[in-house]
Design a protein around this ligand. Structure first.
Ligand SMILES: N[C@H](CCC[C@H](N)C(=O)O)C(=O)O
Length: 268
């Protein structure tokens, strides 16, 4: 069967988007893994489907490059909102759900096939702390550790070991290494669960890193600029001092359509 797709990226985190309003695409794990393969497929960190929703603009479902389902993807959801815009779905603010709950995304700027998208994230109400690490859920699980020299970190090696530490993190975890560069400015690198490698950016990871930086190091800062290998993201939120609750979390950053095409599932 022939299926139309579009390829998007957000700060170098790249995705295959499928408009599945007619329901013709069945998201089988092996097919998704084959499509995301960078040598034998289209190549992507993940795949998202857009489906109808009777109450809001549409529904997003996210699958990692290995075919596993993730509850949420911050960069993916910004690309998803731009994809919805390109398909004429919803207004300037899009309302959609992902497996972690309801989201809004505001299209802040459009230029050619690119845009700047501000995405509402689910609230964070709990941060676990261990010896030199923090763990929280910003839609998917994230481990955060501060480092002095980001370039020197073996992100893949250390990321893989922490990701597989199911005694501490039963559902596995994404792993973020964060270097603080100033008040409200950080740099980070992420090892992604489900991609099983370092990626160029991670939106839920940037959100987790900003919140942990505020929680552990900069209690009065609520607005962060985050530099990642693939670009820059911004995160801001509301916070009541002395609590672990972070609400009105907004992730802002770029999204871009790179190309469109058609694949034949029989070839995969
Ligand atoms: N790249 C994504 C995260 C994908 C989540 C996935 N790696 C998982 O934990 O299942 C982001 O921008 O937030």
């Amino acid at each position: 069967m022939q299926t139309a797709f579009a390829k998007y990226e957000g700060a170098g985190n790249d995705f295959i988007l499928i408009d599945n309003r007619e329901g013709g695409f069945t998201p089988r794990a092996e097919l998704i893994a084959a499509l995301c393969d960078r040598h034998f497929g289209i190549g992507a960190d993940g795949l998202m489907t857009l489906a109808r929703n009777a109450e809001i603009d549409c529904s997003m479902r996210y699958y990692n490059a290995d075919g596993s389902e993730g509850e949420m993807c911050g960069n993916g959801a910004r690309c998803f909102a731009l994809f919805a815009e390109h398909r004429g779905i919803g207004g300037e603010t899009k309302f959609f759900d992902a497996a972690d709950g309801l989201h809004t995304a505001r299209i802040r700027r459009l230029k050619g096939t690119s845009g700047e998208i501000e995405l509402g994230m689910i609230a964070v109400r709990e941060i676990r702390t261990g010896d030199g690490w923090w763990f929280l859920n910003t839609g998917v699980p994230h481990y955060v550790e501060f480092v002095d020299d980001l370039e020197a970190v073996d992100v893949t090696g250390r990321g893989r070991a922490i990701r597989r530490d199911t005694a501490r993190f039963p559902q596995g975890t994404n792993v973020n290494f964060v270097q603080i560069t100033g008040d409200g400015t950080i740099r980070m690198r992420t090892y992604e669960r489900g991609v099983e490698n370092e990626t160029l950016a991670c939106g839920t990871g940037a959100t987790a890193a900003a919140i942990v930086t505020a929680f552990a190091r900069q209690p009065h800062t609520t607005d962060f600029r985050i530099t990642v290998p693939g670009g820059a993201l911004a995160v801001r939120f509301s916070h009541e001092q002395g609590t672990q609750t972070y609400t009105d979390i907004r992730l802002t950053g770029p999204a871009r359509r790179v190309f469109e095409g058609v694949f034949d599932s029989e070839n995969f």
